[in-house]
Each structure stands twice: as structure tokens, then as C-alpha cells.
Write a protein that binds this ligand. Sequence first.
Ligand code: HEM
Length: 481
Amino acid sequence: RLQARAALSRATAQHGCAAPPTVPSKDPVFGLDTVFETFKRMKDKCRMRETFEDAQRYGHTFQSFPFGRRTITTTSAKNIQTVLSLQHEKFGVGPIRSPATHMLGKGIIMNDGKVWEHGRSMIRPAFTRTNIADREMFEVHVERLFDLLPEDGEVVDLQPLFDKLILDSSSEFIFGRSFASLLPTTPLDSEAFLSAFNAAQGGVGIRVLLGKMRFILFRDKKFNEACSLIQDYTQKHIDRVLKEPEKPSDSKRERVILLNELAKETSDRNELCSQLLNVFFAGRDTPAVALTNIFFLLSRHPDVWKKCRDEVQGLQKKDLSFEKLKSLRYIQHVINEAFRLLPPVATQSRTCLTPTTLPTGGVSPDSTSNDLPIAVLPGDTLLLNFYTLHRSPTVFGPDPESFRPERWVDARPGWEFLPFGGGARHCPAQQLALFWVGYTLVRMLLAFEEVRNMDEVEGFVERMKLNMESERGARVSFVRA
Ligand code: HEM
């Protein structure tokens, strides 16, 4: 640790850099109090809120030393652009995400460099804009969702329903077979896959938190069994497609299935398995979290729901093409505003791979400014805080905490608004996810006159898993149109 600190001081002096403010710690060697503070914040359901407060206390960029390792937290658009785009090859995800390799193999979200580039170019064709609006496929799942919505006035938590909607549609898009979890009976193998996937995902979370200490879990039989089960399940789909490639359908537009697209490029079963599981991991619930957060906000803003209904007046479900949804300006503003205030992916991290500098955040010797460059060394962790980034009063106006879709008439953020990330690794499924979210929202707007909040807790209580979810879901009741 001392060597690392000395190297950092040398690099800082050499490049005319300065250190950013440091979060005070009672344990300067192992920073254990910093680690416990993070756990406490997660337990108290206020991790993102507190990181926002940290930025008010210490400035847009600051450092801490959990487990003695340097972590730089930044909400500066300039620094974030540097990490994600201008110097993206100097910052990787591999070291941080390696605990998930046992579960997911070495696919797109796990790797950096050439292996990542290869994965990205493999999956790209399946996500092109012309392919995504597979309305017929999605409508089947939306119909099933509607069958489960209650009568007028009955209370329902939309969160588990949206989870199932997105599970069913993403599994159909990725594997070519839907989990059908919205139906009264779900196929047994889908159910087993899902429970193993959840167990393995939990195991990965614990390993990420334990960092280098994760070796203590090497005999975790349940984790190993869960990882084997999800891979066996995926292999069955791969065998099906490799043995009998899908025949072109009679319909004018061929359906796009990720597995079929990937099988055109390789027949390597392990590679196919890990890419499919990587994409499933990245996309199986984020759109559901986004929909829940949107309904959380709309049920608390009846005036906004009414304006949205005015905009869809006269539309029918057959009109809801990708282009039509994009042209609904007010509804697009509502979606943007929800992504701004409650971004499902509220934070992202990277590890520095090559020595470099960040453009801003270093404190000047007379402490009057914090816009000097910062030296960054291999092993440093960068925490990019989108939650706070999205609350900049200079970009979004003086009331960044309010849900006010109208702000998007004038707001023109660049690197200050990143719900789908930015730069080289931005979400390849952005348009697909926006279609699913927009389509579901407009179908519900057409069906319901009003959506009412039925939760006695008014404010958003965060549950930080991989995404920033609503701890209390979205408990609402509807009035049918
Ligand atoms: C509202 C929904 C979604 C949001 C907010 C979202 C957000 C993001 C963000 C912020 C990243 C960048 C992560 C990083 O910088 O490391 C990302 C990457 C990714 N997303 Fe999404 N995503 C959504 C839906 C989806 C869906 C539905 C899929 C797949 C079906 C998907 C697949 C991926 C993949 C494969 C990556 C990794 C890209 C790479 O590493 O090059 N996402 N997403």
C-alpha cells in the first residue's frame, strides 16, 4: 500500500496533477470504516442518496480507500466522458466483474480489449434498429400482462408483473423460447433456470463485495450447482438451433432471435453459451425496473398522466410502431424524465488498466478550486455516479429533484444524461428497451383513465441490487377508460 501511495504521489507531481478531496477515514491503512459505511448505506436503503450528499460535501470528484485500495467517485461529465469514451481502452471491467465468470463465462459484459470487441461485433446485428420493433412478438406478452391487471380500484403492485413481462420477452428474443411466466403455469425447466439464475446472481454479488477475500467461498456447492444448471439449460437451446436451424417463416418480416443470429457466426457451443448468458444477465430486468419507476412517478403525478392521455387520443394499438412511439413528444419527455430522476443503472464502475490522467477534480494548492487534472494508476477503481450526474442544476434547471417532464422542451444534455451509459460500451439494446418501455406505457395509457398511488409511503425507497429498484415496488390502482 505504501508503495502504491508513493507511486501515486510521483505520478501526481510528474503530470502537474493534484489529488481530489479525500473522504475522511479512521482507518488509513485498510479503510474498513469506509467499507462498513457502504454496507450501512445499503442496509438503510439510501446508498445513492448518500453518494449524492457526498458530492455536495466533497465536490464532483473525490477519493476514498476502501480495503486500502483507491476508489475515485466522480459525477463530472468531463471525467465520465474520458473514462467511457476518450480513453475507454485504459479503463476495464474485467477485474471488477471477474467473480461472475464462473456463472456467465467470458462473454461481452465480462471482458475488455479484443475479446470484448469480438463479442460486441457478434451481437450487434441482432440489435439493429430495423430489427427491434418486433411488435407482434411483444404484443403477445403485453396481452398476457393485461389479463393479470385487476378490475377498477383493486390495488396491484406492478413490479412483479413488469418483471415477468420483460423476462418473457427477453427470453424469447435471446433464446427463441419464452419463459411464459405470465401464464398460469410456467414450464418446469424455465422455473428451475430462473431460480438457479437468481441464486447464482446473488452468489456473484457476494463475491464482488468480498473482493479478493472471495476465495473463502470456493466450496460453495449451491453456487456451483446453480451455475451448472443455467449453462445446461442454455446448451439445450443451443443444441436445438445448431441441429435444426430455424426455417424462414411465412411472415413478411423474419423474427430476430439473438441465438439464431449468433449461430450464423459461430458453432462454438461455449462461446454461444456465454454470449447468450451475458446478454440475458444485462437485459433481463432493466426495462422492468424502468417501467416500475415510471409508474411509481406517474401514479404520484395525475396531471402528467392526463397530459399523456391527451397525447394518445385517437390512437389504437395497431398504430404503435417504433416511429409512432418516437413521435409522441410529451411521452418521450416523460420517459426521459423518469430515466433522469430514477435511472435503473444508477452507477457504473471501471478499473484503471494503464496509467493516465482525468481532466478535472484535483484540488489546487491554495484550495480555491478543484479543476486540476488527477493522476490515475492501474488498480484504481472509478465509480461513475449517474444518479448525481442527472441532478445537475446547471443542465436541468433549478429544481432537479422534481419530476417535471416539461424541462425536456429546453434541456439538451450531452454527457450529463447517461441512462444507457455512453461511449464504447453504451447499451447495445437501447432502442429495443425504449420500444418495450414506450409500447407498454402507451398500451396502458390507452386502457386506463387514471392510475392512482396506493402506497402510504410517498417517497422513493431505493433497493440497490445490480439496478436501482423501488423497494416498495409500484402499488397502484387503475380506473378503466
Ligand atoms: C431500460 C433498460 C436498459 C437500461 C437502462 C440499460 C442500461 C445499460 C447501461 C448503462 C449499460 C452500460 C454498462 C457499462 O457502461 O458497463 C448497458 C450495457 C449493456 N446492455 Fe443495457 N440497458 C437496458 C436494457 C438492456 C436490454 C433489454 C439488453 C438485452 C436484451 C441489454 C444488454 C446490454 C448489454 C449486452 C450491455 C453490455 C455492452 C458492452 O459491454 O459493450 N440492455 N446497458
